[in-house]
Design a protein around this ligand. Structure first.
Ligand code: SF4
Length: 311
């Protein structure tokens, strides 16, 4: 049973919606704390005013196996982002504003249509800057029978205050952990404070949902799933991140060490980002995770086999 159903039945989901909406007036929905009045449709650094925007939605089979199962993960790609990653692989959505405005009824309809298609979850992609709008829609969708688990699939720059509003609503947290170094975070994503804010967010997410739990068919039901994209020249700070997870979160953390980095958007203008990662860099990242004691590595074996075959 999705976590939010209990809150809805006890009447507390409404309180959470109101708490989230109140963050919009002097916007502190995310750690940037712009202070603009988004209820009056002012725009902050995420370039999003009162309404959420969606670029696409539907069953997705490219996510991690525990989310995809047999019928797909029901992704909803939200337009815009509170980060400014120079290498964003979805930059037309996150940075260039591709998508359409949706009001709360339309967004509720999107969630219900995903459920009607048989997906295993509602996978909220880049939800950080539109948490209040998502909760408003969720309340409407629940009244019409939504029961799928919610996946909070964020860039990992989330405020603990907002995450606490989501306690008991989100079933599966899937944050990025992009960097371990402030200078790199500032240069590549425009936010020096990313590493400390990101670690605080991951701590809070794990406190709420614990380690990833899957059912007898391997489909995720609840818990934390961390994504870490390996960048060239060790820019992603893999060692610091896997050590943080193993020492301060859990040795049982499920982590996807991703190898698909390729230059996109403004990365071609940054020499250190202008190439893919090498097989050696991927192997090093996986080894660092294992040396840290992490053993739940998504697709690690198949990635390594593929690399060996292609070399
Ligand atoms: S959600 Fe947007 S407007 Fe609000 S604090 Fe974050 S970046 Fe600023």
């Amino acid at each position: 049973m999705a976590a939010y159903l209990g809150l809805y039945r006890s009447g507390k989901l409404r309180e959470r919606v109101e708490a989230a909406m109140s963050l919009l007036e002097n916007c502190s929905v995310c750690p940037r704390k712009c202070g603009v009045n988004r209820l009056a449709c002012e725009v902050g650094k995420c370039l999003t005013a009162c309404e959420a925007m969606v670029s696409s939605y539907g069953p997705h089979f490219g996510e991690e196996a525990p989310l995809v199962g047999r019928n797909g993960s029901g992704t909803i790609f939200f337009t815009n982002c509170n980060l400014r990653c120079q290498f964003c692989q979805n930059y037309s959505i996150s940075q260039l504003g591709e998508g359409e405005k949706v009001d709360k009824e339309e967004l509720a309809h999107v969630m219900l249509s995903i459920q009607a298609k048989g997906c295993h979850n509602v996978n909220l992609v880049s939800p950080t800057h539109v948490v209040p709008q998502i909760l408003e829609a969720l309340e409407i969708a629940v009244e019409s029978g939504l029961h799928l688990p919610l996946v909070y699939n964020s860039g990992g720059y989330d405020s603990v205050e907002t995450l606490r509003i989501l306690d008991g609503i989100v079933d599966i947290y899937m944050p990025d952990m992009k960097y371990d170094d402030e200078e790199t975070a500032g240069e590549l994503s425009g936010i020096e404070s990313y590493p400390s804010i990101n670690k605080a967010a991951v701590r809070e997410m794990h406190r709420q949902v614990g380690d990833l739990e899957v059912d007898e068919e391997g489909v995720a039901q609840r818990g934390l799933l961390v994504r870490h994209l390996v960048l060239p020249y060790g820019l992603a700070g893999t060692k610091g991140i896997v050590n943080f997870l193993s020492r301060e979160i859990s040795l049982n953390t499920y982590i996807n060490i991703m190898d698909q980095y390729h230059p996109c958007y403004k990365a071609f203008q940054i020499p250190s980002l202008a190439r893919r990662i090498s097989p050696v860099e991927l192997h090093e990242a996986l080894s660092l995770a294992r040396e840290a004691g992490l053993s739940r590595l998504d697709k690690a074996r198949s990635i390594e086999n593929l690399r060996i075959r292609s070399e």
